[in-house]
Design a protein around this ligand. Structure first.
Ligand code: AKG
Length: 272
């Protein structure tokens, strides 16, 4: 696989982990009168850089939908990742494999929506996090298309590789990894903390040598082991809190770490 509280609480716990050279991803306001300009702005540079685009999702009806609205599709079976105690997909491929992470489970969408509710109200903090990650939910539930607009980039029409949705509770973590695609990552509900490293720093991020995990870092960004990775905090990075209604453009092979700060729904478009 090419992968994977409230806002303030997590921001405080994340920041002290890494005192490296960090900057914020620059923000760009979308001009609805000149939609074709966006593609130029994102891709015109010989070396494109990450950018947050604001104002390009104002017409997405899905932003106004609630979890109860999605419950009408609650019987739809969706693949999920299930994690507890900070487990993630690396556990499937490493010797320290624990039962704190399971992939390829299938559950009704209602269970995911319920898990979002539980973590939101913190009624059952010990429960597993159910994350419908990297799923094309829109193909499973075509009615969702009504609330999700195709982003105004011709290149997505011409060279789309995969559309993914990411639906889950606060606290889901996608470990630091890179994908061989451009990515327009659109935030519908909730906010996410995203940290990005330039592809040129790949070797300083300690990728696994295991062929299944070569695109994934051994470093747990949320809890860096500074004895094992003493120079990790010297690697410069960009970061943002992606808010509902914002899109994040990421160039190919840029490394990224993603943590949901609130119950969250995102849609991403990967192209080659
Ligand atoms: O939102 C996430 O948890 C991960 C998203 C991601 O890694 C991607 O879009 O490539």
């Amino acid at each position: 696989m090419f992968r994977k509280t409230t806002a303030r609480l997590l921001v405080i716990t994340l920041r002290p982990q890494c005192r490296g050279l960090s900057s914020h991803v620059q923000r760009l306001a979308y001009n609805a009168d000149r939609p074709t300009k966006l593609q130029e702005q994102l891709l015109q540079h010989p070396s494109p850089v990450p950018l947050v685009v604001t104002g390009a999702m104002d017409n997405w009806q899905a932003r106004n939908w609630t979890r109860s609205d999605l419950m009408q599709y609650g019987d739809t079976i969706v693949p999920v990742e299930s994690s507890r105690n900070g487990g993630d997909y690396r556990d499937l491929h490493t010797a320290s494999s624990t039962r704190s992470f399971e992939a390829d489970l299938e559950v009704p969408l209602s269970a995911v929506l319920q898990s979002m509710q539980d973590t939101d109200t913190r009624q059952q903090p010990a429960q597993s996090l159910l994350y419908a990650a990297q799923v094309d939910l829109i193909s499973l539930i075509p009615a969702l298309e009504e609330g999700i607009e195709q982003p105004p980039l011709q290149v997505i029409n011409d060279r789309l590789y995969k559309r993914n949705t990411w639906l889950g509770p606060a606290g889901t973590i996608t470990p630091l990894h890179c994908d061989p695609y451009f990515n327009l990552f659109c935030q519908i509900w909730g906010s996410k903390y995203i940290r990005i490293y330039d592809r040129k720093h790949a070797q300083r991020l300690h990728p696994f040598s295991n062929p299944f995990l070569r695109n994934t870092s051994q470093v747990r960004v949320e809890k860096v082991d500074s004895k094992m990775f003493p120079s990790f905090d010297q690697v410069p990075y960009l970061e943002c809190h992606l808010m509902p209604g914002e899109m994040l453009f990421m160039p190919k092979k840029f490394w990224h770490f993603v943590q949901a700060l609130e119950p969250s729904w995102s849609v991403s478009y990967w192209w080659t």
